[in-house]
Design a protein around this ligand. Sequence first.
Ligand SMILES: NC(=O)c1ccc[n+]([C@@H]2O[C@H](COP(=O)([O-])OP(=O)(O)OC[C@H]3O[C@@H](n4cnc5c(N)ncnc54)[C@H](O)[C@@H]3O)[C@@H](O)[C@H]2O)c1
Length: 357
Amino acid sequence: MSEEYITIDAARLENYAFEMLVGAGVPMDRAALVSRSLVEANLRGVDSHGVQLLNFYIEHMKQGCMDLHTSGSIVTESGGCMTYDAENGIGQVISDICCDHAIRLAKENGIALVTVRNSNHFGAAAFWSQKIARAGLIGMTMCNATPLVPPWQGKEPRFGTNPICMALPGAPETGWLLDMATTTVAMGKIFKANFSGEPTIPAGWAFDSEGTPTTDTQKAIKGMPMPLGGYKGSGLAFMVEILVAVLSGGAMSTEVGGVRIRTRPMRCGQMFLGIDVERYMPIEVFNARMEQLIGLVKATPAAPGYEEVLVAGEPEWRHARHRRLHGVPLSKGVWENLARTASIVQAKPPAVESQKL
Ligand SMILES: NC(=O)c1ccc[n+]([C@@H]2O[C@H](COP(=O)([O-])OP(=O)(O)OC[C@H]3O[C@@H](n4cnc5c(N)ncnc54)[C@H](O)[C@@H]3O)[C@@H](O)[C@H]2O)c1
């Protein structure tokens, strides 16, 4: 099925996002951070966590569900351990501050874990792990999210798609980088199948509303995404809840709101972990060992139907390399939704031409 789309240079897209956020009342330095984080996701091909989130963010802001001005505050700090209260601040602003704390504390203590309560959506986890990794540390990020996912053998949602992400020092833009939801696929992929008129989705993606596995796109839309690998994904999502919600003293499971819930603050939890490799071995040795391991894995002969073995992070940085040169493609539907939101906040969409995919 041919789909209409537009292509826009990343810098122009970032500026458009910035103007929309400023129009919604976000202070300029904060608008710059949020727009950079979203466009970075688009560049990496993670469109579900790119500028299309602006529609939800701005509606949430307009409803007064988020405090655009707070920077949150430290609740407790001891050695490499910190609890942070986001005080309902912008997720990206809080994450930026908490990554800085994780970096500082990991450099002082060798390892640091900052757990955050009462926060808002922070976009793709990779942006934050990469920030920690750029400081020469192993960076890990997790968060809980709107409860959409049933625990294995259950028929009602209790977990978010709770992502887990880890990035490495040395080459956080082009090296190994795992950033994954704890469901088989992000909900955005089921939405995309629906937008594209696909009648079915692959087995293992979703349950219907009764908790029965389904490949019917319409039933999946009304149903629930499936935990990654059955009870193992449930276990990982639970682990995330422990580190970001139980430990932070914040909202757990069904207490979490969401970017699509406009009647109350989201109150999600986040976690930022920094590990100073130099406490274990010189960074050059670590990087050489990583290169050796990646080389060993990539040298695996490809299975039938594949040309090569990839490692985590490769699909995204290949996208980034291409999109930096040729622009970011966005579906016409996403572009038109953005324009509707832009008109509410008096921002002017840049001129673009549509093409057929
Ligand atoms: N903020 C939130 O509440 C929230 C919630 C859930 C997910 N997310 C974000 O959604 C994004 C998408 O998550 P996802 O699980 O759909 O990602 P995905 O399934 O596309 O990729 C998951 C991981 O697998 C790797 N990968 C992909 N293909 C591969 C291959 N052939 N070989 C080896 N590795 C491969 C990728 O590099 C990536 O690290 C992430 O950025 C995540 O942080 C955010």
